[in-house]
Design a binder for this molecule. Sequence first.
Ligand code: FES
Length: 384
Amino acid sequence: MATLKVGNLGYSDVKRYKSLVELSIRYVDVKDGEKININKSYENLTPVLFNDKIKMIVSKIEDIGPHFKKITIRNEKEKKIALFKPGQYISITIVLEGKIMTRIYTIVSTIKDAKLYEYSFIVEEADNGKMGDFLFHSAKVGDDLIVSGPYGDFYYDEIRDKENMICLASPNGILPFIAMAENSASGDFNNHMKIFYSAKKYEDLVLIDYLKEIVDRADNVELYVILSEEEKEGTIHGVITSEQVQGIFDKNCTIYASGEEGFLKYLNKELDKMKLPKKFIRCNMYKPKCNIKKVKGYMMTVNVGEEQYKFPCYNNKTILEVVEDNNLYIPNRCYIGTCGLCKTKLINGKVKVVNDRRSKSDIDSNLICPCSSYPMSDIEITIR
Ligand code: FES
């Protein structure tokens, strides 16, 4: 029987390997005598898959409706930025009054824009605390922002999903569908979308005029407005029901749902009636809310290495928000309890974890996600 011998690398093996490496960085001569670095030309062809804390500058700020602005940011050096799937988001970090703050924003511009080094995102006047406040009221063209991403899996995936999209949204969840519709209008996204945008009253439908204008430009997008507490021409009176969805669903459809917690819980119950396999339904993550009835104050103790800090905290503010307000930093990305980057050790006290996605070992080790945890007593945490 033949025996396979495994020995040490010899001198000639190393020599052969070195010549391979040399080959990979060789320059080629072209006819006019100029030399082209092969590696450099490959670099130009390679797409950027992910932005890791790149610097971009604000290039445009537009009013797009009551309480909303669209901010466009550009890679100053005109270097490639990552392409994305419509529905994904980026994280934006700024330093404000000495505090580092990171929040996420859905990319609402097109893939064509990203090829021209730009992303756009929408900020709401009363959203995302101090950072949203700064971006809405004080950001100006030329400001620096640090950008990472794209992140998120709420998008159409050509392998996983069907081409016809039934999109169910409440006002808090409309942005991913705005992004998809915008890409459809620009020709970068060819799926057929039926958007059902639901609210109590017409005035609650945020960015409705902005969305309508996009839908008018897109061939493949239909918009239906559903109002539960108002009858209005051109809208459907009622709420989204399983019968409605069943009426337009076929095996070439995937259902996408995006909105706040209550809306998604309601939809889950409705869609359960259709008894569809889970692969036909895609649900966006919601921004966790504590929903407390009475605001209470506590003390928070934070250990960072040898140092210890104490400050007041409240049951209606996430632990991460309080930490940031007090000039300390916990790495974070998603801000909705899904990425796990902010995991922090709870030493003492009780917290309410909203949108809890921790593993059993995280729970056994007393790890919490401060971005989606609220203090329910005096607490002590240790930042890693
Ligand atoms: S920032 Fe992602 S889990 Fe907290």
